[in-house]
Design a protein around this ligand. Structure first.
Ligand SMILES: Nc1ncnc2c1ncn2[C@@H]1O[C@H](COP(=O)(O)OP(=O)(O)OP(=O)(O)O)[C@@H](O)[C@H]1O
Length: 229
């Protein structure tokens, strides 16, 4: 189970952008999180991917509360969640060839020997031809780079996937190809998915259920005002 328990998070403790978010994704389940631009979806997605420490509340992975985030998170928890962001150019090192971009998490976790096999396998999964694998980010389209970012997110075989507006910049056929690649992976592995976005039609078609931001972050009743006497 992937659980967000009463998560409050943001960039200034006095004015959090996410307040008291509670959400559960079961193993194998695909949950869509729908909300308007700027409400805090990406912030919550980063908390879920253990890349941003919440001010309060917890992420709980398979029953184990997460206490440390980013590079301090234990490897087993860090590698249990794969994440794909909206803008591949902001999340891809421009110096790396796509093959090295995809292999980055394998090298970082000491699994160099499995690089050739996994990269070839995942290139097929996400629809990248061998000639594209030797190019750097500025030599490929946004859609091709996003395919590589999805392959990178899958390379350590995560049990949970967070897709934060993964297809927002892409055309219909690339969107369909990436969604199919995620679904093929989930069918093969039983991974759970949190897909964040503002495209209700896409999330409804893609996910088992779609929840709205307002139901995930219910407004608390205001504190009662004490009247004297
Ligand atoms: N690194 C940051 N530092 C300070 N404020 C930030 C930072 N990142 C986001 N914010 C602010 O937090 C709020 C929520 O942003 P966030 O990106 O989480 O929303 P979102 O729902 O994902 O928006 P969109 O759908 O437009 O991507 C916004 O007001 C934004 O300006």
């Amino acid at each position: 189970m992937l659980e967000l328990r009463d998560v409050t998070a943001g960039y200034d403790r006095r004015a959090p952008v996410v307040r008291n978010a509670t959400l559960t994704v079961a193993p194998g389940e695909a949950v869509g999180l729908l909300g308007p631009s700027g409400c805090g979806k990406s912030t919550l997605a980063r908390v879920t991917a253990l890349l941003h420490r919440p001010d309060s509340g917890h992420v709980v992975l398979d029953g184990a509360p997460v206490h440390r985030y980013r590079h301090r998170a234990p490897r087993a928890q860090r590698t249990a969640v794969g994440v794909v962001f909206q803008q591949p150019r902001l999340s891809a090192d421009p110096r790396l060839r796509l093959t090295d971009l995809i292999a980055e998490p394998l090298r970082a976790t000491g699994r160099r020997s499995s690089v050739p096999e996994r990269v070839a396998e995942l290139a097929g999964t996400v629809g990248l031809t061998p000639d594209l694998l030797t190019r750097r980010p500025h030599e490929v389209s946004d859609g091709q780079l996003q395919r590589a970012c999805l392959a990178r997110a899958l390379v350590l075989r995560p049990r949970w996937l967070v897709c934060d507006e993964m297809t927002a910049m892409l055309d219909a056929s690339t969107t369909a190809a990436l969604v199919r690649a995620v679904e093929d992976y989930r069918t093969a592995t039983g991974a759970g998915l949190l897909a964040v976005g503002h495209d209700r039609l896409l999330l409804n078609r893609w996910c088992d259920r779609t929840v709205h931001w307002d139901t995930v972050t219910p407004k608390r009743a205001p504190m009662p005002v004490r009247t004297p006497g």
